[in-house]
Ligand binder design. Structure first.
Ligand SMILES: *[C@@H]1O[C@H](CO)[C@@H](O)[C@H](O)[C@H]1NC(C)=O
Ligand SMILES: *[C@@H]1O[C@H](CO)[C@@H](O)[C@H](O)[C@H]1NC(C)=O
Length: 190
């Protein structure tokens, strides 16, 4: 029961994603005339990070204000991760990408960091990677500008919003919302 309901939900989500993609991409045929009608896609995935399994502290930060907790790390902590990206917040749901990156704790209270990551995606209609960079708040939603991409995401722009979903336990879960836009010259060259 639960798994057929789950499949149903995934199918509906995929269906809506396809409809949305068709709607937004069809407007790209007019990009010569309407520069505002950029091709874009919008979707969400879930990032799962397990401490000492998919994410590790590589360099310890400065001893002081903040300790190592679920939401804080000492100023200057260098953290590296290779996390799975799945379709739903359930870790057993379909694996559609990986997030590889690093973050350095950049606020003295230990709550914020500067993050650099490459998100490799294997979606139904798009394959490749997007690279992001920006500030991450460990307890609030954070927008990370997309600085570029590879393969089907060559030249893309936009942003990725990362929000904590579950910070309890060994595996923390973040919702990653993608807002990807192709500039006109990316469409012409593909
Ligand atoms: C992860 O590994 C470090 C170094 O071995 C250890 O100090 C820390 O307690 C571990 N953390 C967890 C949550 O297991
Ligand atoms: C996650 O998915 C698995 C496999 O579909 C299922 O057995 C499990 O009950 C799900 N867990 C939750 C918390 O929904």
């Amino acid at each position: 029961m639960a798994s057929s309901l789950n499949n149903y939900v995934i199918n509906v989500v995929l269906f809506l994603a396809i409809i949305h993609f068709k709607t937004t991409s069809s407007s790209s045929h007019h990009h010569h005339h309407h520069n505002n009608n950029l091709k874009s896609i919008h979707f969400s995935l879930y990032q799962h990070e397990t401490i000492n399994k998919t994410g590790y502290i590589i360099v310890n930060g400065i001893k002081g204000n903040a300790g190592v907790t679920q939401t804080t790390t000492p100023f200057g902590t260098l953290f590296v991760f290779q996390d799975p990206l799945t379709l739903t917040s359930n870790r057993s749901s379909k694996l559609v990408g990986i997030a590889e990156g690093t973050s350095i704790t950049s606020s003295l209270d230990g709550l914020r960091s500067i993050s650099i990551a490459k998100l490799t995606l294997r979606l139904k209609n798009h394959k490749g990677s997007v690279s992001i960079v920006g500030g991450t708040n460990n307890v609030k939603a954070s927008d990370h500008p997309i600085v570029g991409g590879t393969e089907d995401f060559m030249f893309v722009q936009g942003y990725v919003t990362s929000s904590p979903v579950d910070l309890k336990g060994l595996t923390v879960v973040y919702k990653i919302e993608f807002h990807i836009y192709w500039p006109p010259y990316a469409i012409q060259s593909s």
